[in-house]
Write a protein that binds this ligand. Structure first.
Ligand code: AMP
Length: 501
């Protein structure tokens, strides 16, 4: 028996002397990466990791951290990456819930985490951004040449906690089949080959940077320019060496804000991909005007890996997330009955396929609620499909505003506001209101400070039914976003909760 995911991804080019990772400190070949992976895998097993045990990790992005993911899978374990922004209080919940066998954190966090880790009997190692710490020291005593622990397609490879904007975070259980099938489909759909060099500036505690980017490039034998975090300056410094880039929408808006980001700077680039949050149609157009290239927008989530994509060849349409990927069934369904809706009608995206996770860690009820009887997963994303088959996301179901009993889709209102001169971006939310249940409120970031609320109201008056028009317009300096660029609407709702009381 083989190790399904390891063999299919990192095992493919394990012995190659070619560069896998370019970093600010030098290059790492596939063979060097494998040697590091093997020493770490040896250490994990020597520490007592048995197949199915969790390795929980909160550490800064580094080559060793990526190798720790590969090592955990190779050793038969379950990789559990945690957002570096989580506090000790939040980690208390994750470690208590996931009961890891091994915990890895930065040295500065170790004192606070140690009691939480050891409470559950876990062993704690430290790993800092410069790759120093007890993990590296202990791994150095282990040998290269670790034999992968056999794991089948249905065995767990990773648990990723969802960002949990409502209620407790849930651990999405991802098996070897989920991850390997998605990497296979994406490499084919986006035409990734060993000639590709991906500019990788995403965090690796999230599905985007960890699985979409890293699994794919390792699998095809391509290379990654593996940098700790995004900055437009650094992206432009490295771009001449790259062929492709994956980013969240903010990467692209920041590049567009940079004077050196020109058609010439991108002429050699094969592909720019965006996902994890909606790319404004305006950004897509500005990017095309500046570079002559169309950003390829795709859609996915922690629970489902990637599920739709604009085409590689053919029309990449601004404001849409394209078509379901090969082998993935997608339907747009009525939220209550689950009945499939016709093209042009707004409903919930439901998905079935090898990409869809096994369920939530130790939350059987939540898992059962999230799937239809025929196995489709209810994503919670509202969308509409046009007659050409392109899917457009209109928002999360929980962001839907019901004002006076009528549905208001924030995306529709945001699109019109964003098109008004002097508006940089907007978020439309529902705020409790005595008469209407919820009232539509527009939170707007201006370009400059001359635009006033009445100009917004006048512009919308002729374009939107009265019930969709904002009852209040609020200007702020920046929308609250998480590390993946998603606007935190729950936070905005909380801030403006008492607006009409
Ligand atoms: P996460 O599990 O953190 O990857 O978040 C997944 C959620 O991000 C999805 O359920 C969508 O709401 C959102 N998302 C991801 N990609 C896109 C996209 N291209 N356009 C709009 N929303 C997106």
């Amino acid at each position: 028996m083989t190790n399904h995911l390891y063999d299919g991804v990192f095992g493919q080019h394990a012995a190659s002397s070619k560069t896998f990772l370019y970093t600010a400190n030098g290059e790492v070949s596939f063979a060097e990466f494998t040697a590091l992976t093997d020493r770490l895998a040896g250490l994990l097993v020597a520490t007592g990791l048995a197949p199915g045990d969790r390795v929980a990790v909160q550490a800064d992005k580094s080559v060793m951290l990526l190798a720790l993911y590969a090592a955990t899978v190779k050793a038969g374990g379950v990789y559990l990456p945690l957002n570096t922004g989580y506090t000790a209080a939040e980690l208390d919940y994750f470690l208590g819930d996931a009961k890891p066998r091994i915990v890895v954190t930065a040295a500065t966090a170790a004192t606070a985490i140690a009691p939480l880790a050891t409470r559950g009997g876990a062993t704690l190692f430290t790993l800092d951004a410069d790759e120093s710490g007890s993990l590296a020291e202990a791994a150095a005593t282990h040998r290269d040449g670790f034999t992968a622990v056999p794991r089948g397609s249905e065995d767990l490879a990773a648990i990723l906690y969802t960002s949990g904007t409502t209620g407790r975070s849930k651990g999405a259980k991802l098996c070897h089949r989920n991850l390997l099938s998605n990497a296979t489909v994406l490499s084919d759909y986006w035409r990734f080959t060993a000639d590709d060099v991906l500019l990788h500036m995403l965090p690796i505690y999230h599905t985007h940077g960890l699985f979409v980017a890293s699994n794919l490039l390792a699998m095809v034998g391509g290379s990654m320019i593996f940098l700790p975090k995004f900055s437009a300056d650094t992206a432009l410094d490295w771009m001449p060496t790259a062929t492709t880039m994956m980013g969240v929408p903010t990467f692209y808006t920041r590049l567009l804000d940079h004077d050196s980001f020109t058609g010439a700077a991108t002429a050699h680039m094969r592909l720019f991909i965006s996902g994890s949050a909606p790319l404004l149609a305006e950004t897509h157009r500005q990017f095309a005007d500046r570079t002559g290239k169309a950003i390829l927008e795709r859609y996915g989530m922690t629970e489902t890996n990637m599920c739709t994509s604009n085409p590689y060849e053919g029309d990449r349409r601004a404001g849409t997330v394209g078509f379901p990927l090969p082998g993935i069934e997608l339907r747009i369904a009525d939220a209550t009955s689950g009945a499939e809706l016709a093209d042009g009608e707004i409903g919930i995206i439901e998905l079935r396929g090898d990409n869809v996770f096994l369920g939530y860690w130790e939350m059987e009820e939540k898992t059962a609620e999230s799937f239809r009887d025929d196995g489709f997963f209810i994503t919670g994303d509202m969308a509409v499909r046009d007659s050409d088959g392109y899917v457009s996301i209109v928002g999360r179901d929980k962001d839907l505003i019901i004002s006076g009993g009528l549905n208001v889709y924030p995306k529709e209102v945001e699109g019109l506001i964003d098109a008004i001169d002097g508006v940089l971006e907007s978020a439309v939310i529902g705020v409790p209101h005595r008469d209407f249940g919820e009232a539509v409120v527009a939170v707007i970031v201006r370009e400059g400070s001359t635009l006033e609320a009445d100009a917004i109201e006048t512009a919308l008056a002729t374009q939107l039914a009265k019930f969709k028009q904002p009852k209040s317009v609020i200007f702020i300096d920046a929308l609250p976003r998480n590390s993946m660029g998603k606007v935190q609407k729950a936070e905005l709702r909380k801030t403006h909760d008492g607006l009409f009381s």
